[in-house]
Design a protein around this ligand. Sequence first.
Ligand code: HSE
Length: 433
Amino acid sequence: MEKQSVGIGLIGLGIVASQVARVLTEKANLLAEQAGCPVVLRKIKVLPQDMSRPQVAEMDAALFTTDDDQFFNTPGIDIIVEAIGGEQPALEYLRRALSGGRYVVTSNKEVVAKHAAELLSLARENGVELRCEASVGGGIPLISPFQHDLVANEIKGIYAIINGTTNYILTRMDKDGLDFASALGQAQQLGYAEADPTNDVEGIDAVYKLAILASLAFKCQVRPDDIYREGISRLSARDFRYAREFGFAIKLLAIAKQSDGSLEVRVHPVFLPQDSFLAKVDGVYNAVLAEGDLVGKVILLGEGAGPLPTSSAVVADVVQAAIDVRRGTDGVGHWRIAGDVALKPMAQVETRYYFRLSTADTAGVLAQIAQVLGDHKISISSAIQKEADSATQAAEIVLMTHPAPESAAQKALAGLERLSVVREVSNLIRVED
Ligand code: HSE
């Protein structure tokens, strides 16, 4: 017999969890219609210090507990929603929920990126589900399209702007000519970047999200540690000026693509042609471009963070899970990780490169630089040298190359740094044409 109502247990009371609690309460009628029965919030697990938050005073006090056992033993909880983030204790909560036969909805990218294979098999063993639409791209439907709408495709590649904070910073650097520190300061003032911005600006957040998307799209295990990562903190306003001169924008791109029978997975700043779609995605927006053998190119775009969009994805998962709970089905088959995949070592990845060098302003400098690149079979496609700075006697030389393997680019970089006429290799940025 079908269940007459479905019960929810919520872990956390941060901005996302509070918004989820609000939606579950305020949209109860709509959600009941969609789920086919009432979806009832039965318990919220909070930390002792959360009990003084205003959200607690606004809700029925009996809903709250600070005790794990009391929470997990609450009768009538079918679905556990975890919205605390971070690896622990979230991972232990999810293991306990799934082992106890509870359906799980999580917005936690770190746990899913690192532990999806284990949690999915735990869900399967217990005849329940793990849903994580909110873990990548906030409210943008990104998990569901790969689980459902695109399943008939062989995915060729994913190219994604999946960190709103860095996209905001890069947009300010590009449009307002700000340096990295000022653009980061603005992002912090507006609440986009955290006080410690490391996870966002060093590409760690994007790596978690790419690990999830790549595991889903390529049906294999891609771990965060498998993904090559570079953040945006080395970029300067000068790089943006040169990029524009060459006809490019700079974006932090997460890339997973099939290449010679293996998979390339990397997150780093790239030069993108100014007229490409992703180059025009500005501010805190996220965008994912996926290419399938049948569907061709598909673009998913929207706000990738914030409590309202994230609650949209979390509650959608709750409704889908509630339908399965009501019907007594387990949704198994939504996401299968078949095993490991051959990953292409970064050294073998091939792209074009942009080099920016600070050099002495003397005769023969350009020839010495060209010689180093030539020694590593890297062909120059164009070069810019601006007027030398008379105060420092330094010239700035910028080169664009034809495609070359990363191993050659790194050896050339080391060779350039050894030249006495090169004061500094200020930046090396890969080009995705
Ligand atoms: N910090 C993330 C971003 C949002 O800036 O996109 C949460 O995933």
